[in-house]
Ligand binder design. Structure first.
Ligand SMILES: Cc1ncc(COP(=O)(O)O)c(C=O)c1O
Length: 503
């Protein structure tokens, strides 16, 4: 067994074909000895042969061509020719391979990653234990529809074990949108009513039901009628929502909760069934609600016998410094949707909840072609192992504090950084032309992303209702050194962007 550790970087480049045991339960008392699993994770080799163009891994950015590089340009040209325009929003870089928090493009440039794909690769890119578990499963079985497999059964069990005590069922699907749709179907099937309250700015996916539940107009405008049965209420976006202005967090939370009764009185056809919200709004710009709002919402649902659906597709599996974002608060959602970090690279999503709701659907009524397939189940099991064994929840919490501290410091000399919202390794940085007027600064924001890219830091294209928010979401394996290096780059990029385009 090779003794070199992946985390050490460049030297870990040998294949080890020793098969690894599969599906290990990590429920306390049932899990394998810590040393055993830790050895599987750490005493491992690189996930793939080193690329010809890579050179030595430094785990720090290294830009060796003009950006975009020549090979990137060629491939992007092909993509632009054969793909629809709707795919073309990100920085012009063609990813070749990645390890941990480092990405190499096809020209051999090395970047630090603040994207995790799109908050997906929580365990780091191509973690060798993860790769090994997936490879082992690939040699056995890819798909068998809804026939039970050991990995699927084991993953359902594991999800029930790591979620709060009252959760006792897990249903596996493939994408976050699938999970949203499934949760809506379950809630409606078990209730007398069908109306669901969603929130301004929410994003639950692009399928029609999910888009209808959401409150982002980009997924709705000019796409024809949305599906009926959804009402929308304001989300406590302290920095911008008119209902929050001039109020403390407590007052704003109260006003938003009171609005719910107003909405129901005026718009509901007496057919209310549930409420759906993200714990923080991701696509709208990483908007974290006041504690009293989300706890009040949970109570509001319980008082009325409504089903509370919490969309943790983006916010779970350690992202916010807790395994599930809901652990920051005292809430008990009935259905929780999971995705992204669950598969940590291979598509996998789930709805977890109570058997009271989930078993209300008859046998055979909710299958899926790819949901819970053995490959994604093996991947998710490996991801959970890694998150637990490498203490990634704790690392996200610790690194999140470091990030926040640096952003607050940066704001002193950069007032255009209007609002800083950080929870673990989920950050939303909102840029404005002027901190008084809070007029959004989308041009400056895009230029900052460009300047980061030029210096070896990959960020996702700006998000938010005004495209003026930069997302900070590195893989949870980011080291302190990488965090500081990426923050130095970001600070320099902000000032360069301001010089280039003004506020
Ligand atoms: C909170 C939330 N819910 C649902 C989705 C939809 O997930 P998918 O793109 O996998 O369908 C997303 C995707 O960004 C999300 O952030």
């Amino acid at each position: 067994m090779p003794s070199l550790c992946w985390a050490a970087g460049s030297e870990c480049r040998r294949f080890d074909t020793t098969p690894t045991p599969r599906y290990t339960s990590t429920r306390v008392g049932k899990r394998p000895e810590k040393g055993f699993l830790a050895a599987l994770i750490f005493a491992c080799t690189a996930p793939h042969e080193p690329s010809q163009i890579t050179g030595e891994a430094t785990e720090m950015p290294k830009i060796i061509t003009e950006l975009p590089g020549p090979r990137s340009q060629e491939i992007i040209e092909t993509a632009r020719t054969y793909e629809p325009r709707s795919m073309g929003d990100q920085m012009p870089v063609v990813w070749d391979h990645a390890e941990g928090c480092v990405v190499w493009d096809v020209d051999g440039n090395e970047f630090l990653d603040w994207s995790s794909g799109v908050l997906v690769t929580n365990v780091g890119h191509c973690h060798p234990y993860y790769v090994r578990q997936v490879k082992d499963q690939c040699e056995k079985l890819f798909n068998c529809y809804d026939f039970v497999t050991e990995p699927r059964a084991e993953l359902a069990k594991r999800l029930v074990e790591i979620t709060p005590e009252y959760i006792d069922k897990a249903f596996l699907v493939t994408t976050g949108s699938d999970a949203t749709e499934a949760a809506i179907r379950m809630a409606r099937r078990v209730s007398d009513g069908y109306e669901i309250i969603g929130f301004d700015g929410a994003f639950h996916g692009r399928t029609y039901g999910a888009a209808s539940a959401g409150g982002m107009m980009g997924t709705k405008n000019n796409y024809g009628p949305m599906t009926p049965g959804f009402l929308h209420a304001p989300f406590p976006y302290m920095y911008r929502a008119p209902i929050c202005q001039g109020k403390s967090e407590e007052e704003a939370a109260q006003a938003c909760l009171e609005y719910l009764d107003w909405l129901v009185d005026r718009q509901s056809s007496n057919a209310l069934c549930g409420v759906i919200t993200e714990p923080y709004q991701g696509g709208a710009g990483g908007i974290i609600p006041p504690k009293s709002w989300i706890e009040g919402l949970d109570r509001w649902c319980k008082d009325r016998g409504l089903i509370f659906i919490l969309d943790e597709v983006q916010s779970s599996f350690g992202r916010t410094g807790k395994m599930f974002c809901m652990e920051h608060w005292d809430i008990k959602p009935d259905l929780i949707t999971l995705g992204k970090g669950l598969g940590s690279g291979i598509p996998c999503s789930a709805v977890v909840g109570t058997s009271e709701i989930m078993d209300a659907l008859p046998e055979g009524s909710m299958g899926s072609t790819n949901g819970g397939n053995p490959i994604s189940s093996a991947a998710a099991l490996a991801a959970i192992d890694i998150i637990e064994e490498e203490h990634l929840v704790e690392n996200a919490a610790k690194m999140g504090k470091l990030f926040e501290k640096r952003f607050v410091k940066m704001q002193e000399s950069f007032p255009q950084l209007g609002d800083i919202r950080v929870l673990g390794l989920m950050g939303g940085l909102e840029f404005v032309k002027d901190p008084e007027s809070r007029e959004p600064a989308p041009e400056l924001t895009r230029q900052i992303v460009w300047e980061c890219f030029q210096r070896g830091l990959i960020c996702i294209a700006p998000i938010g209702l005004y495209s003026n928010v930069i997302r900070v979401a590195p893989p949870l394996v980011i080291t302190e050194e990488q965090a500081n290096e990426s923050l130095d780059i970001f600070e320099e990029a902000m000032h360069a962007a301001l010089n280039e385009v003004g506020a």
